[in-house]
Design a protein around this ligand. Structure first.
Ligand SMILES: *[C@@H]1O[C@H](CO)[C@@H](O)[C@H](O)[C@H]1NC(C)=O
Ligand SMILES: *[C@@H]1O[C@H](CO)[C@@H](O)[C@H](O)[C@H]1NC(C)=O
Ligand SMILES: *[C@@H]1O[C@H](CO)[C@@H](O)[C@H](O)[C@H]1NC(C)=O
Ligand SMILES: *[C@@H]1O[C@H](CO)[C@@H](O)[C@H](O)[C@H]1NC(C)=O
Ligand SMILES: *[C@@H]1O[C@H](CO)[C@@H](O)[C@H](O)[C@H]1NC(C)=O
Ligand SMILES: *[C@@H]1O[C@H](CO)[C@@H](O)[C@H](O)[C@H]1NC(C)=O
Ligand SMILES: *[C@@H]1O[C@H](CO)[C@@H](O)[C@H](O)[C@H]1NC(C)=O
Ligand SMILES: *[C@@H]1O[C@H](CO)[C@@H](O)[C@H](O)[C@H]1NC(C)=O
Ligand SMILES: *[C@@H]1O[C@H](CO)[C@@H](O)[C@H](O)[C@H]1NC(C)=O
Ligand SMILES: *[C@@H]1O[C@H](CO)[C@@H](O)[C@H](O)[C@H]1NC(C)=O
Ligand SMILES: *[C@@H]1O[C@H](CO)[C@@H](O)[C@H](O)[C@H]1NC(C)=O
Length: 828
């Protein structure tokens, strides 16, 4: 559901429709004697911005606005009369300076539709447009009396401020358009909050929709990308005494134009236009994951978009409604498992008074909403003891650049990142923690040892029978039922092993961060080394797959039987308590994306190597779909799930996991999204429909990425295209397919082969499932055994800019692509 929102927001960018402008003459200033008529525009001196009358595509209304001159697609950055439009039929409206010196928009009947309405000393004023996009009304001596920057629409430009002044009651917010063709005030607004420290906040009506987290004096804590951004001119002036807080996003970087805006769908985005490129690229957007949407996991829930499911409760808390939680409706959040000791009525049993509450430590967090800033405590220790000594303090965090933050309300909108973020400590009752994790570990190891010792006699016999097998763990097996044992025996040939948790702790140095290979959709992966020196990859599944132990084990057994040279081999697993761990063979060359999308390493993959990889992936998928006795749909095919062995053979990883995680779910309930944006088929994103053809779609995207050496979701393309699919389609349809080739392979990849691969890729990403080939056909097409038919344009992401912005006749050119034929494209 959430992902669909994000998807749709991308569509907005693709379908930005140019508006109809009717002007023919340009003027430089509006003065008392020279009003602006509809046949004119006001142009900034450097020809960057233009102000005039416009009518959005399909609209009956006419507005006065400011847009980028000479850019296609342009962007309307300000609208004067958004909520009081003129009719598009009105041909005699004008923007003039009235007798009181104010700017007035006057319609054909001489009614004032909009006015600057400020007090001006003289009527001798003039209005002009600067190259920064600021429209100002000045007195003759150049005193500015009014500026469009004081009254934002949905866009923030460099040197413009949004924020508030509590004394004057001024509140400068961005308010979205209703839709792409209607500038009137929409549902979404973005502004700065008045708390200390302030946050950037988006609302849907009056409902919180997204928050940035507090400003830490250089970035917002909840926007980790900000730190690494080229766009580094963010500032937030906060004066608690004056009650003012103003945010601006300036930039002294002359290599691009920039604007930020809130889309009609509520997505706040920063768009850049690099000089020399010819399109806007999205530098940053929020919300961009389900976790970014305010309160997804409810009170005391922690959201991590890399986990599945994304929500979990803070340690010591449990879902308020287990049933809703399992249905993945997390909005009611979590409640305490045990009442806080400090809140207990201690008069009856004084002993409980002795037990203090403790703090759970969470790392790399977007701190929750509604923080209170404590000015006194100067260090972490004081912050902690203040919180400990005040029973209403539910959590604290000490942020170096801010100081001590404490929470007295339910922790809302709490998110975990994989980089950046802050440490947050949450108060829970002592009983909850039981003991420290070290103590737990020692106990669990000693338990294992104890059971091993007691069980030696029992195992002796069994071990003798199973002597051919190298089973690392004894305890694990005892807990498995007979059915499991039988299956295991049948599985002997595959050498599937059960690992003990303790052996994996040893192998991975207690899941040390330095051994972490990556973070997959279902949990982190660590490199490990077994006693015999064999290297392994250990995937620690995020908890709560929703399956029982036995179901899980049976599923793993089934998956372990899938064996193909293009699949990563599952060597074994470990199931102990909460832990569910899969052990795979270790592949030295890491994943395909680490080559393909790395400017240096991509050259290591010449075309032959890439084609070999494409064929390998296709054949692995074909095996999963058809040739294995289990029909497996991968569901999360992407470059980072393709591992490469030392000979650069591709091996598909993470297959079959979707089965486990869907396991007990009712089939119809596919709200849970397994997948990655950019690789998911339209029918899945829109309707949750899943089939082999969705994998075919993912394969098509992957294939195009391998040819182009670029990510589908990457927005930095030279053209006005915002994703790889539409770019590939355009090139291919114009017979320029080979231009898609990665520079690194131009010399090794014959144009004809590139064309064939691109065509196969395009066929795989057809909107309609039925138009996509199955993997068998794909394998045949790739090897040249069967002919290719013509793909249709991928509607979903197809977009094409307006070739001549100022020309009304040719004007708006967003194609209804379903009906478009190739000849239309070529005949441009
Ligand atoms: C417009 O106004 C500015 C500022 O008053 C002035 O410098 C400039 O010469 C004017 N331009 C025209 C064309 O009148
Ligand atoms: C623009 O329109 C105004 C009034 O509608 C008219 O007086 C003027 O001559 C027009 N100018 C041009 C260049 O068409
Ligand atoms: C400006 O104001 C003066 C008197 O204050 C008035 O005589 C004059 O007509 C006004 N000019 C315009 C263009 O309204
Ligand atoms: C102009 O501002 C005054 C007070 O500042 C307000 O009473 C009046 O309604 C405003 N007029 C318009 C047309 O907005
Ligand atoms: C410009 O003139 C206005 C009155 O017309 C006055 O209030 C203001 O101080 C003047 N500004 C400058 C810079 O002279
Ligand atoms: C915004 O709120 C409206 C009305 O409450 C709701 O219908 C709509 O789905 C919300 N939009 C998003 C993107 O949450
Ligand atoms: C401007 O941005 C580009 C990348 O977009 C970056 O390489 C360059 O260093 C930046 N320049 C400055 C002065 O920040
Ligand atoms: C989720 O649970 C809340 C509270 O029980 C309920 O109001 C809401 O309708 C549920 N949402 C969905 C999608 O079921
Ligand atoms: C605490 O216990 C006393 C006596 O047992 C009782 O009168 C009081 O209401 C209790 N307070 C709370 C908050 O439960
Ligand atoms: C305890 O914390 C609450 C909430 O932060 C605050 O209102 C209250 O004044 C604090 N009490 C003391 C004694 O500091
Ligand atoms: C205006 O938009 C509609 C869809 O919103 C589209 O069908 C139509 O072709 C567009 N008009 C022009 C002139 O491009």
């Amino acid at each position: 559901m959430r992902l669909i929102i994000a998807w749709c927001s991308c569509l907005v960018f693709f379908f930005l429709l140019p508006a109809r402008h009717i002007a023919s003459g340009a003027v430089h200033n509006i003065t008392t004697s020279e009003p602006l008529f509809q046949n004119q525009t006001l142009v900034s001196s450097g020809q960057i911005f233009e102000l005039g009358f416009f009518t959005p595509n399909g609209s009956e209304n006419q507005y006065v606005g400011i847009w980028y001159k000479n850019l296609t697609p342009s962007k309307t950055v300000w609208v004067a009369n958004r909520d009081s439009p003129l009719t598009s039929a009105d041909r005699s409206a004008k923007l003039a300076i009235g007798s009181d010196g104010n700017l007035k928009l006057v319609d054909g009947q001489q009614n004032i539709v909009w006015s600057t309405n400020v007090s001006v000393q003289s009527n001798n004023t003039a209005a002009m447009l600067s190259d920064g996009g600021k429209f100002v009304l000045q007195e003759r001596n150049s005193t500015e009396v009014w500026a469009s920057f004081d009254d934002p629409t949905d866009t923030i430009l460099p040197n413009m401020k949004i924020g508030l002044n509590k004394r004057t009651g001024e509140r400068r917010v961005l308010v979205s358009w209703k839709n792409d063709n209607d500038p009137s005030s929409g549902n979404f607004a973005t502004g700065i909050t008045s708390e200390t420290p302030p946050q950037l906040f988006s609302w849907n009506g009056s409902t919180p929709y997204w928050r940035s987290g507090p400003w830490d004096k250089s970035t917002f804590i909840g926007v980790p990308e900000m730190e690494s951004s080229y766009y580094n001119g963010y500032s937030l002036q906060h004066d608690p005494q004056q009650g003012t807080a103003y945010f601006s996003a300036d930039s002294d970087n002359n290599s691009f134009l920039a604007y930020g805006f809130i889309s009609p769908e509520g997505v706040l985005a920063l768009m850049l236009w690099y000089y020399g490129s010819n399109g806007w690229s999205k530098n940053w957007a929020a919300p961009s994951t389900g976790c970014d949407i305010y309160g997804t996991c409810g009170p005391f829930g922690i959201c991590n978009s890399k986990n599945s499911p994304i929500c979990r409760c803070v340690k010591g808390f449990m879902p308020q409604s287990k049933e809703e939680w399992n249905r993945r409706n997390w909005t009611r959040g979590c409640i305490r498992e045990t009442e806080l000791n400090c809140q207990k009525n201690t008069s009856r049993s004084p002993s409980t008074q002795m037990k203090k509450d403790v703090f759970v430590h969470t790392k790399q967090m977007k701190v929750p909403d509604s923080a209170a800033y404590l000015s006194d405590p100067g260090d972490v220790g004081k912050c902690q003891s203040w919180c400990m000594n005040n029973c209403s303090c539910l959590a604290y965090s000490y942020v170096q650049t801010i100081g001590c933050l404490v929470w007295a309300k339910d922790l809302m909108d709490f998110q975990e990142f994989s980089t950046a973020g802050q440490d947050v400590y949450i108060r829970i009752a002592h009983d909850n923690t039981g003991m420290s994790t070290e103590a737990k570990l020692i106990i669990s190891i000693s338990t294992i040892l104890g059971i091993m010792f007691v069980g030696t006699a029992i195992f002796g016999l069994w071990k003798w029978r199973a002597s051919k097998r190298d089973i690392t763990d004894k305890r694990g097996e005892m807990s498995f039922g007979n059915a499991w044992k039988d299956q295991l025996k049948q599985n002997d040939a595959s050498q599937f092993k059960l690992f003990s948790f303790s052996s994996l702790i040893l192998a991975t140095n207690n899941f040390d961060a330095t051994n972490k290979l990556g973070q997959g959709g279902f949990g982190p992966v660590y490199k490990g080394m077994l006693n015999d020196g064999k290297e392994i990859a250990v995937k620690r599944l995020s908890s709560s797959s929703g399956q029982g132990m036995d179901e899980f084990k049976n599923e793993i057994i089934l998956i372990s039987k899938l064996q193909h040279r293009n699949l990563v081999r599952l060597m074994g697993c470990c199931v102990e308590g909460e832990e569910k761990i899969l052990v795979y063979e270790y592949l030295s060359n890491k994943s395909l994306d680490s080559f393909l999308f790395d400017s240096k390493r991509k050259a290591e993959l010449n075309w032959d190597a890439r084609f070999h990889i494409i064929q390998g992936i296709a054949s692995g998928l074909l095996y999963l779909h058809r040739d294995s006795y289990l029909r497996v749909i991968h569901r999360d095919l992407k470059a980072s799930n393709i591992l490469l062995d030392e000979k650069m053979n591709p091996r598909i990883s993470d297959f079959g996991l979707a089965r486990i995680f869907e396991g007990t779910q009712v089939l119809l309930n596919t709200h849970k999204v397994v997948g990655t944006i950019g690789y998911m088929s339209p029918e899945y994103v829109m309707g949750g429909i899943f089939s082999e053809k969705s994998d075919v779609y993912g394969f098509g995207v992957l294939l195009l990425e391998i040819v182009a050496g670029k990510k589908n979701t990457s927005l930095y393309y030279r053209g006005q295209h915002f994703n790889l699919l539409s770019y590939a389609w355009q090139l291919w349809s114009e017979d320029r397919g080979p231009d898609l080739r990665d520079e690194a392979i131009v010399n090794t990849c014959p144009p004809s082969e590139a064309m064939r691969c691109i065509q196969v890729g395009l066929l795989c990403v057809q909107d309609q499932m039925t138009d996509r080939p199955n993997m068998l056909s794909v394998v045949r097409m790739l090897s040249g055994e069967s002919d290719l038919h013509q793909p249709r344009p991928p509607t979903f992401t197809f977009q094409r800019g307006n070739p001549s912005h100022n020309n009304e006749a040719q004007g708006e050119s967003i194609f209804s692509v379903n009906t478009m034929t190739n000849s239309v494209v070529e005949g441009r």
